[in-house]
Ligand binder design. Structure first.
Ligand code: BYC
Length: 330
């Protein structure tokens, strides 16, 4: 895809002719599907966009541990507890690969963390909702990980090498996560009427926030046009949201659950589902820090940072001692 063919919804995307020679050579590499590596020349905007997206993605993985971690002590069986611990641990691993990928762009993990705690860097809106019942753990795996996979599979082909490679492993693990969530939902819908009602209630609460994960509509997405020209993103927010709906509605039907959208209907002509309008006011309210759990999530991250101070200090003191010994021996 050539840069000049991308329609811009926000910032204008320069055509090849408008670019300086360095920038043009860079764009031609992107257009030829050649990966960009950390030491290659890149436009400052490309570097900044990647730092923003990858760090926000990393923060999402880390903050995303909190709603699920809430159920580790209350998982209904030892097996479910072991599975949930493993899943939450995987999310920590994803955060770490992603912080490492962002660090190759010249930002430190401490800086990224400071931006999160100062409210300057975002994390996915979805993690500002509470996990009220065990069925929410099923719904998160099924819907939230399902939406994450839909968004992340194309990111495996991202033009920036370290991000694209991190996504390959992350996507493999997310597939297990999605299946464990669906498995919880299958058990619940085959259980007592109360258990089935719990599954339906979780779907009711998580459906719309899951659709919001894909970001604002294409008409209001600020970064999509440039990010697609740079092949950081391969698809628009609305395209991926539609794919998610098309994939997930039959899964809900198989479970015998009702998707909470009166406007949902199969469109024979388009070969996909029509669905209702996302409540964008709610989405932007959550992004501004006013969702049900924003304050709690940031307070938990601040506490983790404060509680870890002694450990970071110990590591630094240890490294300094080694350095001093090495210097003395030379
Ligand atoms: N939540 O111009 P747009 C997981 C922001 S975690 C919050 O469309 P872009 C998991 C956006 O950042 C999955 N903010 O932006 C973990 C921008 O604000 P800034 C996390 C959102 O970047 C544990 C503004 O809105 N996945 O898998 O082109 C357990 C305008 O948006 C959201 C990723 O992070 C949102 N939902 O597209 C289970 C994937 N949406 O930065 C599961 C990587 C938009 O200008 N990220 N914003 O202040 C992406 O693919 C893209 O960044 C997005 C947004 C599609 C999210």
């Amino acid at each position: 895809m050539y840069a000049q063919m991308v329609k811009s919804t926000g910032d204008t995307v320069k055509s090849l002719e408008e670019m300086e020679p360095d920038e043009r050579a860079f764009q031609e590499r992107i257009d030829a599907d050649i990966k960009i590596e950390p030491k290659d020349w890149m436009p400052e905007g490309y570097r900044k966009t990647l730092i923003r997206q990858i760090s926000q993605h990393a923060h999402s993985e880390i903050v995303g541990q909190l709603p699920e971690g809430n159920w580790i002590t209350r998982a209904p069986t030892l097996e479910r507890k072991a599975i949930l611990i493993a899943k939450v641990q995987d999310e920590a691993g994803h955060g770490l690969y992603l912080y490492c990928a962002a660090e190759t762009l010249g930002v430190s993990r401490d800086e990224m963390n400071a931006q999160l705690l100062a409210g300057k860097a975002k994390y996915s809106s979805i993690f500002n909702y509470p996990t009220l019942t065990w069925a929410d753990i099923g719904a998160i795996g099924w819907l939230v990980d399902g939406a994450a996979i839909m968004n992340q599979v194309p990111l495996q082909r991202c033009s920036f090498g370290p991000y694209s490679r991190a996504m390959i492993r992350i996507c493999k693990e997310e597939s297990f996560h999605q299946r464990q969530g669906y498995d919880i939902m299958m058990k619940l819908v085959a259980g007592t009427p109360e258990q089935k009602a719990m599954a339906q209630d979780a779907l009711n609460r998580w459906w719309w926030p899951s659709l919001m994960m894909f970001g604002p509509s294409d008409a209001t997405s600020v970064h999509s046009a440039q990010s697609m020209a740079w092949k950081i993103k391969q698809n628009t927010n609305d395209e991926l949201r539609q794919r998610f709906v098309d994939q997930t509605v039959p899964q809900a039907e198989y479970l015998g659950l009702q998707v909470p959208d009166p406007d949902l209907q199969w469109n024979e002509e388009r070969g996909s589902y029509d669905f209702g309008e996302v409540d964008w006011e709610e989405f932007f309210r959550v992004l501004k820090g006013n969702g049900p759990c924003n304050k709690e999530r940031l307070a938990a991250r601040q506490k983790a940072w404060d509680d870890g101070a002694w450990f970071r200090d110990g590591l630094m003191a240890h490294a300094e001692k080694h350095r001093a010994r090495k210097v003395a021996a030379e």
